[in-house]
Design a protein around this ligand. Structure first.
Ligand code: GLN
Length: 198
């Protein structure tokens, strides 16, 4: 099926996501304005800085249009800051931090950062046969998830053991880590499957 996948391109590691998606043979587009969003069958919100992203989305008049598409059921993959953007509730956000919402989760920003800013580890991931090598960079974790939310991956050891770091709810998917780095395209493939289903 011919699909166009947008990557929210006002801030964050846009290029890395575009590279993975290009490698999967889908049509891609960087999204900076509403007319670009209109062409998308699905959207990726990358890692970066969620507070900056939400301000820029307001400035560039993308905030409400993306929210509207989410409500209509457009599939969205949020990674790291993108997960925060999709969360209905944020802990340790800034006072004026807004999110697009859609995922019935509470995320804690920079949750791992209290111990260590960045780390890597292998995670079992629902729907994938072999573990994913996950790179966490000042990552959030899911503090609480509503009944409609499926946990796709959980930290297995260390101080954060048991913390949910990947979720799905309807056509929305989010990871605390960065599936766009490290040369593994399987999480993006799962996202494309989700687009095909919807
Ligand atoms: N700490 C960042 C935020 O709050 C997220 C970090 C990332 O995307 N790598 O938005």
């Amino acid at each position: 099926m011919n699909r166009t996948i947008g990557v929210f391109a006002l801030q964050g590691d846009v290029r890395e996501h575009l590279r993975v998606l290009d490698g999967l043979g889908v049509e891609t587009i960087g999204v900076r304005r509403e007319s670009e969003l209109d062409r998308c069958d699905g959207l990726v919100i990358p890692g970066g800085e969620s507070t900056t992203m939400s301000k820029l989305a307001r400035t560039f008049d993308l905030f409400e249009p993306i929210r509207h598409r989410i409500k209509e059921g457009m599939p969205v993959l949020g990674t790291c800051a993108g997960m925060i953007m999709l969360a209905d509730r944020v802990e340790d956000g800034t006072a004026d931090q807004e999110t697009l919402g859609g995922l019935d989760i509470t995320v804690r920003r920079n949750a791992f950062g209290r111990q260590v800013d960045s780390f890597e580890g292998d995670l079992d991931f629902t729907g994938l046969d072999a573990p994913v090598h996950a790179v966490f960079i000042r990552a959030p974790w899911v503090e609480q998830a509503g009944p409609g939310v499926e946990a796709l991956a959980t930290v297995e050891e260390g101080e954060a053991a048991g913390r949910i770091v990947a979720v799905r709810q309807g056509s929305l998917m989010a990871t605390s880590f960065h599936p766009e780095v490290g040369g593994d395209d399987r999480v993006h493939r799962l996202f494309l499957d989700l687009i095909d289903e919807s």
